[in-house]
Design a protein around this ligand. Structure first.
Ligand SMILES: Cc1cc2nc3c(=O)[nH]c(=O)nc-3n(C[C@H](O)[C@H](O)[C@H](O)COP(=O)(O)OP(=O)(O)OC[C@H]3O[C@@H](n4cnc5c(N)ncnc54)[C@H](O)[C@@H]3O)c2cc1C
Length: 547
């Protein structure tokens, strides 16, 4: 029966931040991870964190304030954002970043120019500043732990930063071969690997070694307070005690089919996160009567299925983000019609995928396809093929639009009309139907050589042969779970904090409601609430010790 002051469950951005902060507030910390490797989806990610009003903005002369950021978020709320949680997030975010930089190996820089995801909303930032990422990090520094960080199937060991990637930069940097070799020699990694590696190093420096293959299965409650957790581990089942509290940081429930069916507001068939995120802590929390919130929401992400598995027996679902914004492409539904701004942020697509036709009793926009022409392929390449190369064999190809429509099973005239209309919009330099290209967001993600103009994303589909792939409704993770207060304390059914129980990251009822503020919009809040949880739980342990 190991004894701790604070126990953290899960080793993503939320969990590792909580562990570090709790330690530095004087707590003896235990970290338990269900998988055989640490880092969670955070280690698979781009590693960006969206922190409004961070101190690096001031260094670059970019104006921001907690009030502005709060107003921006509330303008996206549609009644779903808890203003107090949003307040705690924008107030604490800058402090968290500064504290981490001063006390841990986690360092951050602005991904310059990366616009917020709704930059034209009040106090949005079309010129960026709120999205941060870590510089490259040498995994040599992790010693024996170097190979114990999980590596994702999409970004792999990420030898580049996001600012150097096509996503993180309107003009991707080409990293010279010599520099790539240098990075490889030192096992330097960027993006989510850099963030997870730096956070892990922060833990190891403090003598906190996460216990892997250790799945939390039950919370221990005594006198209405959480005092520990039952772990199923390599050495069997045991109870770990926590004087101050247990911090749930176990990610979402996107890999639990039953929970997905029960809670999410519409179809979600393509999760792209670590497979161990099966809603365990949600179940543990429900058993002791917590109040749940935001259960219908996820960080939505359109996906394209790539044949073959992703290395763990599950389907390889490509995150379909940058491609959609490039010219000479649109998306159509089974009626052959466009249905949204294809260049919109990925999270916003959830709403388009869940639109229903009441009379036909069907999801209007599922299935749907991404359609593009030869010039698009020649200029930008497409998943797994470089510019100028032929498309990979699983992409549907047809000599003309009628053939393409027939292969997809959609009406040829409808597709033809849609494309004629689209080509007309492109000629006029405006998309009156869905406003594609009107936002700074769209023109950042589109063709880098036309950055900042509608032509970065508008371009006719007129050069055969033509191509299509099906796009499905996916998610980076879910974002509903135990409701918390502004200190990350989990609430019971009467809205009172449950002593000794905290939640942070995708496991909690997100402070973001249905929205995604900007690049880094999931890990940013995860780390902020992890920081708050770690601090509060450590202080509670201290109080109990002094009694
Ligand atoms: C390719 C890709 C790119 C992305 N890029 C970004 C980005 O740049 N910025 C951004 O903000 N978001 C990004 N995301 C989303 C982001 O990665 C996740 O939303 C975020 O990492 C979730 O953090 P977390 O700490 O809540 O959970 P996770 O990082 O998923 O960690 C949860 C951990 O808990 C463990 N766990 C689960 N159950 C138990 C249990 N019972 N006991 C113990 N441990 C358990 C899991 O094994 C896992 O290790 C991206 C996602 C992907 C896939």
């Amino acid at each position: 029966m190991p004894d701790y002051d604070v126990i953290v469950l899960g080793t993503g951005g939320a969990g590792l931040t909580a562990a570090i902060k709790a330690h530095d507030e004087g707590a003896k910390v235990g970290v338990f991870e269900k998988a055989d490797k640490v880092g969670g989806t955070t280690a698979w990610s781009g590693g960006m964190i969206w922190i409004p009003n961070n101190h690096h903005m001031a260094e670059l002369g970019i104006d921001d304030s907690a009030d502005d950021a709060h107003a921006y978020l509330m303008s996206l709320s549609h009644g779903l954002i808890n203003p107090d949680l949003a307040r705690a997030y924008v107030d604490t975010g800058p402090e968290m970043v500064q504290w981490m930089e001063e006390n841990t190996p986690a360092k951050f820089v602005i991904v310059e120019g990366f616009p917020d995801y709704h930059p034209e909303h009040p106090f949005g930032k079309p010129g960026g500043g709120r999205s941060l990422e870590c510089p490259l990090f040498s995994f040599d520094e992790l010693g024996d732990w170097r190979d114990r960080v999980t590596v994702g199937y999409d970004y792999g060991k990420a030898p580049i930063t996001m600012a150097e990637s096509p996503l993180g930069s309107a003009v991707p940097q080409v990293v010279p071969e010599e520099e790539r070799e240098r990075r490889a020699r030192h096992d330097e990694r960027g993006s989510g690997q850099a963030l997870a590696g730096r956070l892990l190093k922060g833990c190891l420096d403090r003598g906190i070694e996460p216990v892997t293959n250790a799945r939390a299965v039950d919370l221990i409650v005594e006198d209405d307070r959480v005092t520990g957790v039952r772990i199923d581990g390599d050495d069997g089942s045991y109870i770990a005690n926590a004087k101050g509290g247990v911090i749930l940081a176990t990610g979402g429930f996107e890999w639990n089919d039953e929970m997905v069916r029960t809670f999410l507001r519409g179809p979600m068939t393509s999760p792209v996160s670590v497979p161990t995120n099966t809603g365990d802590a949600l179940k543990m929390a429900m058993k002791i009567g917590v109040s749940l919130g935001n259960m219908r929401e996820a960080w939505w992400m359109p996906a394209v299925k790539v044949p073959g598995d992703r290395g763990d027996g599950r389907e390889h679902q490509h995150l379909f983000a940058a491609e959609r914004a490039r010219p000479r492409s649109i998306m159509v539904n089974k009626h052959g019609r466009r249905f949204t701004n294809e260049a919109a942020n990925y999270n916003a697509f959830g709403a388009a995928f869940h639109e229903q036709d009441v009379a036909r009793f069907e999801y209007v926009n599922l299935p749907c396809w991404f359609v593009f022409d030869q010039q698009h392929l020649d200029t930008y390449g497409f998943i797994n093929s470089e510019p100028g190369e032929p498309a990979v064999e699983w992409v549907t190809k047809a000599p003309d639009l009628a053939d393409l429509a027939q292969t997809l099973g959609i009406d040829a005239d409808a597709l033809q009309n849609t494309i004629e209309q689209w080509n007309g919009h492109c000629a006029n330099g405006k998309d009156p139907d869905f406003l594609r290209g009107a936002s700074a967001h769209d023109t950042w993600w589109g063709d880098p050589s036309r950055k900042g103009t509608p032509q970065a994303t508008l371009g006719p589909i007129d050069t055969g042969p033509f191509y299509a792939v099906e796009v499905t409704s996916g998610a980076l993770g879910t974002k509903g779970g135990p409701r918390t207060d502004s200190e990350a304390r989990v609430l019971n059914l009467d809205g009172e904090p449950i002593p000794g129980l905290y939640a942070a990251g995708n496991v909690m009822a997100s402070a973001m409601g249905m929205t995604y503020g900007g690049a880094g919009g999931t890990i940013g809040p995860g780390m902020v609430f992890g920081y708050l949880a770690g601090r509060h739980a450590a202080n509670l342990a201290q109080m109990r010790r002094n009694r």
